[in-house]
Design a binder for this molecule. Structure first.
Ligand SMILES: NC(=O)C1=CN([C@@H]2O[C@H](COP(=O)(O)OP(=O)(O)OC[C@H]3O[C@@H](n4cnc5c(N)ncnc54)[C@H](OP(=O)(O)O)[C@@H]3O)[C@@H](O)[C@H]2O)C=CC1
Ligand SMILES: O=C(CO)COP(=O)(O)O
Length: 331
């Protein structure tokens, strides 16, 4: 098994892909960044900046390509495309990556239709790869500027997870390693949905006390769901669970929070989606709600967000439903 991960490929030239490529470069790795269009690759290569990350410079030593076969020549790969596009990209990669190459999902979401988590999609589409996941409280704009961030990186075995954390880590980008794939991916997927609710609370002007209650009760939902699906408690209270929930529920720097803010201020779901760049919680809300029901897990905030973004309830109806739930023991 390869344990030296010098050549890192980053698949996806959006804001998180560029930020992770920059972090890997800062850690001393040889980095290739793949974008799906040749035109984008040429522009990024020439300008060394992206409108998605204003003010950030892409290191001149990061190779940029639109050639998947070239990008597949690596020791480890980061998949940094939206959750709903991960299957399509992994399918194209499967024939060109070497067996046992770690392929880390860096998207936060659950596939609609199949109800699969990101590492399950990798296992299905690229069965010879070694699946992993990287997730945690980390805005691309912070990571690309080299501000201190910490994330969780999980692989099936601890040696691989630890070696990958060493390969990608630096003083300002600190991956903590884990083998709890499921726990890490549940945190990243659920927190986006809960961040929409936090944004709604802010946009409706419900106050700081309501915001704290929402985040805490949201964490109770995330924990219940995680426990039902076999996540480790320490993962749920760690960076990729509680850590990312706190970050995304607290600032309009989060796209999910800011989409919620727009909904709370009275925009329709379609208007709010059009106004915000990729907010994964929109696509995860209904599938997470369905999975919660399937596993008999009570997730009233997630259900409320799903109804609002799918246009089945108004913001006021959803809030009223949450506030009139029966009183119960905490837990
Ligand atoms: N931004 C952030 O701060 C963070 C983001 N994430 C997660 O990373 C994932 C990606 O987000 P982010 O980079 O911000 O999103 P962006 O919208 O900035 O970028 C998405 C990238 O994926 C590409 N893409 C979209 N669909 C496909 C497809 N079918 N095939 C190939 N490439 C595709 C886009 O290409 P094109 O330009 O051609 O459309 C674009 O380069 C999300 O799941 C997000 O939750 C996680 C942590 C932090
Ligand atoms: O996942 C993120 C930070 O950890 C980014 O959050 P948003 O996608 O809501 O901007």
């Amino acid at each position: 098994m390869r344990m030296s991960y010098q050549r890192i490929s980053v698949i996806g030239g959006g804001s998180w892909g560029i930020a992770l490529a920059s972090a890997a470069k800062r850690a001393g790795r040889d980095v290739i960044l793949w974008t799906r269009s040749q035109q984008d690759a040429d522009i990024l290569d020439r300008k060394r900046e992206s409108s998605r990350l204003p003010g950030a410079t892409i290191d001149s030593d990061i190779a940029i390509t639109a050639d998947l076969t070239k990008a597949a020549q690596c020791d480890a790969m980061l998949l940094v495309v939206p959750a709903q596009a991960l299957r399509e990209v992994a399918l194209s990669l499967a024939p060109v990556i070497a067996p046992d190459t770690p392929v880390l999902a860096c998207a936060k979401g659950i596939e609609r239709g199949t109800r699969k988590f990101m590492t399950e999609v990798i296992v299905e589409t690229a069965p010879k790869a070694a699946p992993g996941i990287l997730s945690g409280p980390s805005f691309a704009s912070d990571v690309v500027r080299g501000l201190p961030t910490a994330v969780t990186l999980a692989a099936r075995d601890e040696k691989t997870a630890s070696a990958l954390a060493h390969a990608l880590g630096s003083a300002t980008f600190r991956p903590y390693h884990s083998t709890d794939l499921r726990g890490v991916e549940i945190g990243g997927a659920a927190k986006n949905v809960l961040a929409i609710a936090a944004g709604i609370v802010s946009g409706r002007g419900l106050g700081a006390s309501a915001a704290a209650a929402l985040t805490t009760r949201g964490f109770a939902e995330l924990t219940r769901f995680g426990r039902a699906l076999g996540a480790k408690p320490e993962t749920l209270t760690g960076l990729s669970g509680l850590g990312d929930l706190i970050l995304t529920c607290s600032t309009p720097q989060s796209r999910n929070f800011s989409l919620g803010l727009a909904l709370g201020q009275g925009l329709s779901p379609l208007e709010a989606i059009a106004k915000t760049s990729l907010a994964e919680g929109v696509y995860t809300a209904a599938v997470l709600n369905d999975m919660a029901r399937e596993h008999n897990v009570d997730m009233p905030i997630v259900a409320a967000v799903a109804d609002v973004v799918e246009g089945q309830a108004s913001v006021d109806e959803a809030i009223s439903r949450l506030l009139t739930r029966p009183f119960r023991a905490e837990g």
